[in-house]
Design a protein around this ligand. Structure first.
Ligand code: ATP
Length: 300
């Protein structure tokens, strides 16, 4: 398990991370999201040991992380780290050997990964001859080729088409299923919402919300969309704690003081006409993120 505990990092006068804590459990894909400059890359670099925190610690399986463990991290850096003129296979073998894998095993692991990522036929080509998406796949292969214990991926989906996203997602799920903690940053919140077990939203270096997508999106107001054709205005009047939030034709978005009012609203809707829809309205991760950025507390 990876634990980041009360990390603070300053660049001169700028405090890039402030008392930042979160945990990534074995087998979990943790999505780390935040606006540009929020502190995601800084956090990942602290985990990698490329940067030193001014305060706080990075804990791996209960003890402060060591150099030996850091060598077992599969990393996709934000500023990609591959060699354009080297062949795909040569650089995978090189990265594997850099992490202590012997030559023969490095070759076998590289071939296996290229097959898994659908790039076997490009093995001997120069990296620069590949499309951006395929270079990204090679970047993922470079992070996996030495069988890391933990994955730290800075914007792995940047610039990928939906098919490439699916291919990468499949590989990440397989790694997580093998018990590895996976932490990734992304601005593509729809992908994060779909694939991450838990999500942390960081703003100005501080964690402002953290939990499963369901936990985060449940925190908003209790609202239901109710579609009752022919019910007429005000059919919900008199139900305690219910107010109108929005109306679209004969669909009403009603806000309830608490979840206990749900059955009363449903009964009133059934009495008013045929109910075509009765659905809890939950914000998407993107809406939640916008609320956080605009300063709306996520638990209101
Ligand atoms: P993005 O989504 O744009 O990649 P990020 O969340 O990864 O952003 P960081 O790159 O961690 O954000 O940057 C956090 C803050 O620290 C920003 O204000 C950035 O300008 C600042 N910063 C990052 N690296 C340095 C550096 N080497 N020297 C000074 N300031 C830095």
């Amino acid at each position: 398990m990876l634990e980041l505990s009360h990390l603070t990092k300053r660049y001169g006068a700028l405090e890039a991370l402030h008392d930042l804590s979160f945990t990534v459990r074995p087998g979990e894909i943790f999505g780390f999201v935040g606006a540009n400059g929020a502190g995601k890359t800084t956090t990942m670099r602290v985990v990698l040991g490329v940067l030193e925190a001014d305060a706080g610690s990075v804990i791996w399986d209960g003890s402060p992380i060591t150099f030996a463990v850091r060598r077992r991290i599969g990393y996709i850096p934000e500023d990609r780290g591959l060699y354009p003129k080297m062949s795909v296979i040569a650089q995978l073998e090189y990265f594997a050997q850099l992490h202590g894998v012997r030559r023969k095993a490095a070759h076998a692991a590289s071939i296996a990964l290229l097959e898994r990522l659908g790039l076997a036929d490009r093995a001997k080509g120069q990296l620069q001859s590949l499309s951006h998406g395929n270079q990204q796949r090679v970047q993922l292969a470079a992070a996996l080729v030495f069988s890391p214990e933990l994955l730290v991926l800075d914007e792995p989906f940047a610039g990928l088409d939906p098919v490439a996203v699916d291919a990468m997602t499949e590989v990440l799920h397989a790694e997580a299923d093998a018990g590895k903690p996976v932490v990734l940053s992304s601005h593509q919140l729809d992908i994060v919402e779909r694939i991450c077990d838990r999500v942390g939203i960081i703003n100005h270096g501080q964690m402002v919300a953290c939990g499963t997508v369901d936990e985060l999106t449940e925190r908003g107001p209790v609202r239901f969309w109710v579609d009752v054709p022919g019910a007429g205005a005000g059919w919900y009047d008199g139900i305690p704690g219910v107010t109108l939030a929005q109306q679209e034709g004969e669909r009403w978005l009603l806000q309830l003081d608490d979840e206990a009012g749900e059955q009363a609203v449903l009964r009133a809707a059934l009495a008013a006409g045929p109910v075509h829809e009765f659905r809890r309205d939950r914000p998407t991760l993107t809406q939640l993120f916008r609320n956080v950025m605009s300063g709306t507390p996520v638990d209101e």
